[in-house]
Design a protein. Structure first.
Length: 363
C-alpha cells in the first residue's frame, strides 16, 4: 500500500531546504497523505527524526488500524486541538512551520498565544507540492478510481430512460459506482440536460431526460483516497447539427492539448493549444474556464492547466484536460479525461470512448 514513511522523509528534506526543523500539518488531506489517517480534527507534527499525530479519544481505535506504529498524542478531555498543538510544540521548541492556507487566524491565535521558545512561521503549499508527483501506488489507486467511474457511466448509459430525471440519473450513477467497488464519489455528479449544460457546474434538477436531446455528465469515483474526474456528453438521434459541430471543435481542442503533454512543457502552453482551436472556430469567449487541473486525493490539486500558469509539467503528475464551449440558453459541451505525465510523454488513463458515434444513444 502507500509508503507514508517515504512521504514524510521527502517532506523533511523539503523543510530543511526552507530552513525549518519541523512543521505542524493542519490540512486534513495533507494529514491523510502523510499518515493514511482519515479521521477529522487532527493535526500532524513532523519533526527531524519523528512525527506525532495529535487527535482525540474518538479516533483511538481508528488510529491503530490506519496508522500502525505511528506516535500519537490523544488530547485529554477538556483540551481542544489547538491546546494540544501548543503542548506538543512547547515540548519540542524551535522554529516551526505551519500551513498558512489551512490554519484560520483564530486557530493560529489560540496556538501561538502564550507559546514560549517557539517561533511559528507560515508556509504555503509544501505538502501540496509533494502531492503533485504521484508514485506507482498512487497511480494504481487513480486507475482504480477511473475504472469504477467508467463502469458506473456505462451502466448509466445503458439505463437512461426518457422519464428519468437528472437527479435520478445522478443517484443511479453514484449507486452504480459504489456497486462496482468505489468507496464513494469524487463530488456530487453533474447531470445537465440541454440548456442547463451551459452551466459548467450545473446542479441536477427534476427535469426529465426525455425533455432534452443531449446531456452533459461530469462525475468521478473515490477509490480508496484517490479521486477520478471525467466528463462526457450523450445525445439522442434527434441531434441538433450545432451540437455535432461544437462537439467536433471541443474534441479537436482536447486532442491537441493531450498530444502536447510531456515533461518540460509549461501548463499555460497546453492551455493555449486548446484555446487556439476553440478561438479559431469562433467560440473563444465561450470557453470560460481553465483547461484542467491536477488530480489526486483532492479533486482539484496543483498543477493548474490555465492561462498564466507557468508551472512546468513533470513525470508523475496527473492532470485533467477538459475544454468546453458553453452557449447560454442553448447548452454546452465539455469532454474531460485524466492524463498521466510519463517520462517520455503521457498516458491517457481514462479508456471511455470520446468518439461522437459513442455519444449517441437512445432514450
Ligand atoms: Zn469534472
Ligand atoms: Zn475537472
Amino acid at each position: 500500500m502507500f509508503d507514508f514513511e517515504t512521504r514524510r522523509d521527502r517532506l523533511r528534506k523539503r523543510l530543511r531546504r526552507e530552513g525549518f526543523g519541523s512543521i505542524l500539518v493542519t490540512n486534513p488531506v495533507n494529514v491523510t497523505y502523510l499518515t493514511g489517517f482519515t479521521g477529522e480534527d487532527s493535526y500532524l507534527f513532523v519533526h527531524d527524526d519523528d512525527c506525532i499525530l495529535l487527535s482525540d479519544g474518538r479516533f483511538e481505535v481508528q488510529l491503530k488500524e490506519e496508522c500502525r506504529g505511528l506516535e500519537t498524542y490523544i488530547r485529554p478531555l477538556g483540551k481542544n486541538i489547538q491546546q494540544a498543538a501548543q503542548h506538543v510544540l512547547q515540548t519540542h521548541g524551535g522554529q516551526v512551520a505551519f500551513e498558512a492556507d489551512s490554519l484560520s487566524v483564530a486557530d493560529w491565535e489560540s496556538i501561538s498565544d502564550g507559546l514560549r521558545g517557539v517561533e511559528l512561521a507560515g508556509t504555503r503549499g509544501l505538502v501540496e507540492e509533494l502531492r503533485q508527483i504521484k508514485d506507482r501506488e498512487e497511480i494504481a489507486a487513480l486507475r482504480l478510481a477511473i475504472r469504477h467511474a467508467e463502469r458506473g457511466f456505462e451502466a448509466l448509459r445503458a439505463s437512461l430512460r426518457p422519464e428519468m430525471t437528472e437527479i435520478e440519473a445522478a443517484h443511479f450513477l453514484e449507486a452504480a459506482m459504489r456497486s462496482f467497488g468505489a468507496e464513494g464519489f469524487s463530488f456530487p455528479p453533474i447531470v445537465a440536460g440541454g440548456p442547463r449544460a451551459a452551466l459548467p457546474h450545473a446542479q441536477p434538477t427534476r427535469q426529465s431526460i426525455g425533455e432534452t436531446s443531449f446531456l452533459l455528465v461530469d462525475w468521478g469515483a473515490r477509490s480508496p483516497l484517490y479521486r477520478s474526474d471525467l466528463t462526457r456528453v450523450l445525445a439522442t438521434d434527434r441531434i441538433p447539427p450545432k451540437l455535432k459541430r461544437i462537439y467536433g471543435v471541443v474534441f479537436e481542442a482536447q486532442a491537441r492539448a493531450i498530444d502536447a503533454i510531456r515533461p518540460g512543457v509549461t501548463c499555460d502552453e497546453i492551455d493555449a493549444l486548446a484555446r487556439k482551436v476553440i478561438a479559431k472556430a469562433g467560440f473563444g469567449k465561450q470557453f470560460n474556464h481553465g483547461l484542467g487541473h491536477g488530480l489526486g486525493m483532492d479533486i482539484h490539486e496543483a498543477p493548474r492547466l490555465a492561462r498564466q500558469s507557468a508551472q512546468i509539467l513533470r513525470s508523475g503528475m496527473v492532470v485533467t484536460v477538459e475544454p468546453g464551449i458553453y452557449i447560454p440558453g442553448w447548452g454546452g459541451v465539455r469532454i474531460e479525461d485524466d492524463i498521466l505525465v510519463t517520462r517520455s510523454g503521457h498516458e491517457v488513463l481514462t479508456r471511455l470512448s470520446r468518439n461522437w458515434d459513442d455519444a449517441v444513444v437512445d432514450w
